[in-house]
Design a protein around this ligand. Sequence first.
Ligand code: MRU
Length: 335
Amino acid sequence: MRTIDWDGGAVVIIDQVALPHELRTQRLTEVAELVDAIRRLAVRGAPALGAAGALGVVLAIDQGQREGWDDDGVAAAIEQVRSARPTAANLAWGVERVAALVPKGRDDVLAEALAVLDEDAAANRAIGERGADLLLGLCGGDGPIRVHTHCNAGALACVEWGTALGVVRSLHERGRLGRVLADETRPLLQGARLTAWELDRMGVDHRVVVDGAGPFLVARGETDAVVVGADRIAANGDVANKIGTYPLALAAARAGIPFVVAAPESTIDPATPDGASIPIEDRGDGEVLVIAGHRIAPEGSAALNPAFDVTPADLVTAIVTEARTIRPARGERPV
Ligand code: MRU
């Protein structure tokens, strides 16, 4: 099943907050429900947010018709979806692509939103194949390739298949995948909960490691390549991804192994010139200072909780999209 889909007037999502213990879906029929699901990370990951943005425009039109909103009311609801989270380029991209069709009417809007979903599914498969080809070339030999990944850039982060985990999937299908290391990904554990769940279902040999162990394991030669997704890629090739990605890129450069970013073209933002211009979401104290309902730090301590970091282009061996392979470390720019 798809991570996010449209069914009979509702956005249907796999509720990622419930995983890995329960695989359940949620039906969202109101804009506020979708915005809440995005903010709680019940639906998350840049490509899935692109799909959520696209379908959110349809929800806004439908709810507006039910509740008698005027054009300004619909526009305000669309803006709430667009700004629900700031870092992933795909969310605003999905909203804007589909909102441009609003003057043509609801049927055209829905058709465009569904096209966003289908295109993402196709793009992921192309990224997987291209990324697997690239890694086989970069790593050489004919043995299994061990991959280290961070956060969840799998089927759950997209409509289906996955970007970084799409590459892992393609290597697995070709019989060329070695052991996968999945960072647990503090503070919300997308690696331990979601990536491990996907790898387990694929039957892939994997280990969950704490984020702090990642760079050391790279240095110790435990992996052949680091492969991650992206939330926004600036025009110069700087890459924003889940907090904890940058140390892996540093470690990979030091160890002389490839650091590969797998992402659809829709994650590349021509309007963002460089990493310093990428808005980084700050998710506040609670996710860091409280674990499973229990405060773990003294009452007097506050936290800093940036949800993403920026890896500079010169540390990025390659960006693999559905259309091309860009080599930022060699000075190639996405835009
Ligand atoms: O906060 P999240 O879970 O939405 O962050 C997700 C990531 O950082 C992913 O690596 C990125 O969106 C790419 S998903 C294919």
